[in-house]
Design a protein around this ligand. Structure first.
Ligand code: NPQ
Ligand code: MG
Length: 369
């Protein structure tokens, strides 16, 4: 199909509460929305870069530049036969995966709508419900954390992930385990440790965590392999897995036993699917990570998580985990069994509320062929 028009929106959504990790704290979620128009249809994608550095070198500003300066001009007015073509154009950047993933996602939505298929089916998804966990930011006190956990368990979340950092780790996890001896529990360090902290991280072996996510440097594989050899708890890599090539290397060298897959981090849904396929072949469990997405990014994540290799609960969460009001109808709500329902309509399978989108838009630019 020939791309007639692309719109780029910079949005800001107030979070219900600030989200704090080892790298920082955010009160508002800023993100970009990409809309691609072709064949009388439209497709929507979300760019998960945030306003500040921290999780990644990408920011809303860098993603805006890359989309406006290179990615959008590369597709505008062009005949785009498939999502592979969009992914290949993006690979020429050798970086900026979140910007690329947002554009690619809009094309996935567009192609799925044109085929009259739910995105889940386009991707090879098998399930109509996916199990979900919740990610809880650093809290001021252990008591506050225990209270949060209790609330989310009551809502039906199937797995609890807590953020850790030096000074908020072994004792805090011990307190959580005392209060909740049996719950599926894991910890995410967002790269807050070094190999010198190996003994401290090994002390977490006492608490039968499902996994420890990204303890060491965001771009490291080698030291994670050394650390994994000293831990009984499986390491799950998030930040360090930039592509299927990194995933293969990580598994070959024993740097992790589980992988968190985020389309934004790896440059798109196509690369995410490749990592899923590799891990499935090798019997490595994967789960879908989260980046505090609006319903637009969330719908794509839920579709991805319906693939058969996503055997662990993802950081998918319901719309009301982060936001007072989502941008899509219906919003994502947690089923009583701790799952989210995979939308069955064409494309993302949700309706985008343009009035709500307009209300949260800070900047808009349209590109016409
Ligand atoms: C993770 N997400 O798995 C990320 C990191 C993260 C749900 O834990 C603004 C935007 C703030 C994106 C904080 C979860 C963020 C963000 C943390 C992503 O490591
Ligand atoms: Mg993580």
């Amino acid at each position: 199909m020939v791309v007639e028009r692309v719109e780029l929106r910079w949005i800001r959504m107030r979070l219900k509460e600030p989200f704090e990790t080892s790298f920082g704290r955010e009160q508002d979620r800023e993100a970009l929305l990409v809309t691609v128009y072709a064949d009388g249809l439209e497709g929507w994608g979300e760019v998960v870069a945030s306003r500040d550095f921290g999780y990644s070198y990408e920011t809303t500003e860098t993603a805006w530049m890359v989309l406006r300066g290179f990615l959008i001009p590369a597709v505008l007015g062009q005949e785009i036969p498939d999502v592979e073509t969009v992914a290949r154009l993006g690979e020429r950047l050798r970086g900026h995966p979140m910007a690329r993933a947002g554009l690619e996602a809009a094309f996935w939505d567009l192609f799925a709508r044109r085929a009259g298929l739910p995105l889940s089916r386009m991707l090879g998804g098998a399930r109509d419900r996916v199990p979900v966990g919740v990610s809880i930011g650093l809290q001021p006190t252990d008591a506050a954390l225990l209270e949060k956990i209790e609330g989310y368990l009551a809502e039906g979340y199937r797995r609890i992930k807590v953020k850790i950092k030096p000074g908020r780790d072994v004792e805090m996890i011990a307190a959580v385990r005392r209060a909740f001896p049996e719950i599926p529990l894991m910890a995410d360090a967002n790269s807050a440790y070094t190999l010198e902290d190996a003994d401290r991280l090994a002390a977490l072996d006492a608490f039968h965590l499902m996994m420890i996510e990204q303890p060491l440097h965001w771009d490291d594989l080698c030291e994670h392999a050394q650390l994994q050899a000293r831990l009984r708890t499986p390491i799950c890599l998030d930040e360090s897995i930039h592509s299927v090539r990194h995933a293969r290397a990580a598994l070959d060298m024993g740097a992790c036993r589980i992988i968190n897959i985020k389309p934004g981090r790896v440059g798109g849904l196509l690369e995410a699917k490749r990592i899923h396929d590799l891990c499935r072949e090798r019997g490595i469990p994967v789960w879908c990570g989260g980046m505090l997405e609006t319903g637009i990014g969330r719908a794509a994540n839920v579709a991805l998580a319906s693939l058969p290799g996503f055997t662990l609960p993802g950081d998918l969460s319901a719309s009301d985990r982060y936001y007072f009001e989502d941008l899509v109808d219906p919003p994502f709500v947690l089923n009583p069994d701790g799952t989210l329902t995979v939308p069955q309509g064409p494309g993302l399978g949700v309706t985008i509320d343009r009035r709500r989108v307009d209300r949260v838009t800070l900047r808009m630019e349209a590109f016409q062929a």
